[in-house]
Design a protein around this ligand. Sequence first.
Ligand SMILES: Nc1ncnc2c1ncn2[C@@H]1O[C@H](COP(=O)(O)OP(=O)(O)OP(=O)(O)O)[C@@H](O)[C@H]1O
Ligand SMILES: [Mg+2]
Length: 365
Amino acid sequence: MRLAEFILINMEPILQRWEDFARNLQSSYRLMDVLELRDHAKEILEEIAAELAYPDHERKLDLQGNTPAEVHADTRAVSGFTVDQLLSEFRALRASVLNLWSQRKKTATWFEVEDMSRFNAAIDRALAESVARYTEAQRQSQDIFLGIIGHDLRTPLSAINIGATYLMRSEDADAKLIQLGSRMFTSAVRMQEIIDNLLDFVRSRSGGGIPILLDAVDLRVVSEHIVDEFQVSSPGAVIRAEVTGDVRGRWDGARIGQVYQNLIGNAIQYGANTPVSVVTCGNDGEVVITVHNDGPPIPPAMQKNIFDPTRRGLSISTYSSNRKNMGLGLYIVREVVKSHSGTIEVSSNEKTGTTFTVRLPRLAE
Ligand SMILES: Nc1ncnc2c1ncn2[C@@H]1O[C@H](COP(=O)(O)OP(=O)(O)OP(=O)(O)O)[C@@H](O)[C@H]1O
Ligand SMILES: [Mg+2]
């Protein structure tokens, strides 16, 4: 008998073995979990049997186009299962089929080996589908969580902002209180930036990209405005700004301001007090912005993933330990540049220092 037929005929004992195994695996399995998983396991096995019997069979999908393995992962993600538990369920399913299959009277034919290896490949594929879906569901719920936190922090933060502004400007308060108000204000502005970055990160990671609003913009005005702000907020920093050629075009002015702000902010923060140079140069079809600083270069291994915080290992723990930064700045810069159909690259070494180069095409009406 071929394995496909064996699975269909022995569905009940296979599911029973699997259920015993699963109950041992996790004592807190609820009856609902078991019944639900029995249904899913049955569908996954039926699909595998069909695949073994007819290699080009059409895959069975539900009304939303999901495979049984994906539906199973969705259920597991919602019931709070860990990825390890999901993996063990598949291991149990595989073991339950193969144990029963090896116990029957053996005929030792060539197709047994072939059936087993095809069965393993099919289970692996179902497992991969389930894990991919589970990970995606986890990511989405993380994004929703981050989005809610970011959103809900805005209201209390604006109350702090109003209080700090009031203190800063009050005429009858003493100098100490005024200074306190001004520090609170600076911190609240920084918090606002972090929250905005977090919300942008969540939005663009969810596939929405960063929305932009095109308008006639003069990058000379944008860059000068940001450089002026830095001269007030970081009085010790030396910033040389230069504009050459025609730098007018259609972009999202506020978003390009964010690009300048993040790149210059980084150059000041990581440039070890070396002068920062900001050049905005208008060419025929594009404007090129370069931000340069000297100081310790970015290690080559880090340069590869510098625009991607998830690869650099962004986690709440690295954030909450000694670091004041979330590591989202360059990610957002790249997303803004991408939304403008532009490019960004970095070059960094001991000899020539660190330079970020942004190319922005002049966008049509
Ligand atoms: N101009 C630079 N010179 C040297 N290192 C840099 C420079 N710009 C960025 N880096 C390195 O790249 C990392 C990532 O930068 P990014 O702006 O994305 O995050 P961050 O500055 O750590 O946090 P955030 O910008 O969210 O406050 C920095 O932590 C720093 O180590
Ligand atoms: Mg930064």
